[in-house]
Design a protein around this ligand. Structure first.
Ligand code: GUN
Ligand code: FE
Length: 442
C-alpha cells in the first residue's frame, strides 16, 4: 500500500475537439493523492481531504510539482521490429521485404525473442506506456516469450501470433490450419491469465489466403471476447495488390468483412486511404482505426484524416506502430499527430491528445473497465510526468501554468526525460530520479 501525492490529471470522458474541454470531461486535482492498495487505486482525491483517513505510517511518494496520469496505451506496435527502427529509404512493401521479414525470421529462436521482449518492455515502461496491443511474429515462441516477460512484470498486455500463409518468406509462413492450431494453443495458455489477453493477428490481407482468413473468422465467432488486429489501407501499392489478390471484393475492407473479422474488438492500423463508405462500415461495426502518425510519415504512407473518421463516427485510437513508427513514446506519437493535423487543417489539442493516449485508447480496446483513468477501483497503472524535466520544458513552463499549455509543451518538447516514473499494477516499474518519500503521520 502506497500513497502518491502530486497533480492528478485524467479524463472522465472525451473532451471533444475544441480548445476548451467538454464540461465534466477532465479530472484535474492540483494537490491530489492516489492511495494504491493491491495493485488498484483504492482512493483518489484532494490530498488534504484524504489525509485524515490514511493509516499512520503509510508510505507517501512525494511527486508534488509533477503530473500523475493514467499509464499510456499503445494500440498497435510490433515488439519484434524494435531493432529495425530507422532503416532507411523504403515504403511499405519494400520495407517489409528488405528489413522486416528478414528480422522477423530471427524470432524462431527463443533466446533472441527473450532479449528483444525484455528490451521492448524496458523501453515502453521508460516512456510511460503500460499497456500495448502487440504484434509478435508467426513463431509461437515469439508469443510465449512476450507474454512470459509481460507477466513477470505484472503488466496488462494484448498480443498474438502473426498469421500469414502466403506472400512471405517460407521461414515465416504458416498454413491455414497450422496457424489456427498454434493460435488456439496460445489462447488456451495465455488468454485471461493474470492481466494478459490474446489478439488474433492476421498480418494483412495480402499475406493470408482466403482459407486462413475464413478460419480466423471462425475462431472469433466462437470466442467473441478475443481481440483482433491487422493492417488496412496504409499504402497505395498495398491497396492495388489487395485488389489483384481479391478481385471479388469491392474494396479493401470488404476482404475482412467477408470473413467476419470486423467487429467491436477489431483494431485496423492506418486506414489512410479509406473511402467514406469504408469509414462508415467500420464505424457501424464498432471497430477502431489505429492512427500511427510517426509510421505514416516515416514510410511515406500518407496523412490520416482524423476529421473524416470522426464525422463517420469511427473510433480512432493512437499507436506507435514501431518499427514502422519512429518513436515508442506517446509524446512522439502526439507530436507527429499534431503535425499531420496541421497539414490537414485539423490540429490536435492537448486535451484530445492525452485523452486518446489514456481513456480513449482504453475505450477503443474495451479495456476501460480496468485501465485508462484515475478512478477508484481501477488498476494502478500510472505515469508521472515532469513538466520541467529539460531546460527547454522548464523555460516553457515558466511562461505558463495552465494545464493544457503544460500538456501541449510535453507533447511537442517531451521525450523519455519527462517521464519521472512509471507504475504498473501498483508497483513502481521505472523511476528516473530519486524521489522523497515520507511516512503519513497524524
Ligand atoms: N502491413 C503489413 N505488415 C506490416 C508491418 O509490419 N508494418 C506496417 N506498418 N504495415 C504492415
Ligand atoms: Fe503495424
Amino acid at each position: 500500500s502506497r500513497l502518491l501525492r502530486g497533480t492528478l490529471v485524467g479524463f472522465l470522458n472525451d473532451p471533444g475537439e475544441g480548445d476548451t474541454p467538454e464540461p465534466g470531461s477532465v479530472l484535474h486535482i492540483e494537490d491530489g493523492a492516489l492511495w494504491l492498495v493491491d495493485g488498484r487505486i483504492h482512493a483518489v482525491g484532494e490530498y488534504t481531504t484524504l489525509a485524515p483517513h490514511l493509516p499512520a505510517g503509510l508510505e507517501m511518494v512525494d511527486y508534488r510539482g509533477k503530473l500523475i496520469l493514467p499509464g499510456f496505451i499503445d494500440t498497435h506496435v510490433h515488439y519484434v521490429q524494435l531493432d529495425i527502427m530507422a532503416s532507411y529509404g523504403r515504403q511499405l512493401l519494400d520495407w517489409l521485404n528488405e528489413y522486416t521479414f528478414p528480422e522477423e525470421c530471427r524470432f524462431a529462436e527463443r533466446a533472441h525473442a527473450e532479449t528483444v521482449a525484455e528490451a521492448f518492455l524496458d523501453e515502453t515502461l521508460r516512456v510511460g506506456t503500460t499497456t500495448a496491443q502487440v504484434f509478435c511474429t508467426s513463431h509461437p515462441v515469439s508469443v510465449d516469450t512476450f507474454f512470459t516477460a509481460a507477466r513477470k512484470r505484472g503488466l496488462r498486455m494484448l498480443a498474438g501470433k502473426v498469421l500469414m500463409d502466403r506472400n512471405a518468406p517460407e521461414a515465416l509462413t504458416d498454413t491455414a490450419t497450422g496457424g489456427i492450431a498454434d493460435s488456439e494453443r496460445l489462447i488456451a495458455d495465455w488468454h485471461g491469465r493474470d492481466r494478459l489477453g490474446y489478439t488474433l493477428t492476421p498480418r494483412f490481407a495480402p499475406t493470408s489466403s482466403r482459407e486462413q482468413l475464413d478460419a480466423v473468422g471462425g475462431v472469433l465467432r466462437n470466442a467473441p471476447d478475443l481481440h483482433l488486429q491487422s493492417h488496412l489501407s496504409e499504402n497505395r501499392g498495398e491497396i492495388d495488390w489487395v485488389a489483384e489478390l481479391f478481385p471479388e471484393a469491392r474494396d479493401y475492407l470488404a476482404v475482412y468483412e467477408r470473413y467476419g473479422l470486423v467487429g467491436p474488438r477489431s483494431t485496423f492500423a492506418h486506414g489512410i486511404h479509406l473511402s467514406d463508405g469504408e469509414r462508415k462500415r467500420l464505424a457501424q461495426a464498432g471497430a477502431n482505426i489505429a492512427f500511427c502518425p510517426t509510421s505514416n510519415l516515416y514510410l511515406g504512407s500518407g496523412l490520416f484524416d482524423r476529421r473524416a473518421c470522426r464525422e463517420a463516427g469511427l473510433n480512432i485510437s493512437l499507436a506507435s506502430d514501431v518499427g514502422g513508427g519512429t518513436d515508442l513514446s506517446g509524446f512522439g506519437t502526439l507530436k507527429a499527430a499534431y503535425q499531420v493535423g496541421q497539414l490537414l487543417g485539423q490540429p490536435l489539442t492537448a486535451w484530445q491528445g492525452f485523452y486518446r493516449l489514456t481513456l480513449g485508447n482504453a475505450r477503443a480496446l474495451h479495456l476501460d473497465a480496468h485501465i485508462g483513468s484515475l478512478r477508484e477501483g481501477g488498476e494502478a497503472d500510472l505515469v508521472v510526468l515532469d513538466p520541467r524535466a529539460t531546460p527547454l520544458l522548464a523555460r516553457r513552463a515558466a511562461r505558463t501554468r495552465r494545464l493544457d499549455e503544460l500538456l501541449f509543451a510535453l507533447m511537442i518538447l517531451g521525450d523519455d526525460r519527462a517521464v519521472q516514473a512509471t507504475w504498473a499494477n501498483g508497483r513502481c516499474v521505472h523511476q528516473r530520479d530519486a524521489v522523497p518519500t515520507h511516512r503519513v503521520s497524524h
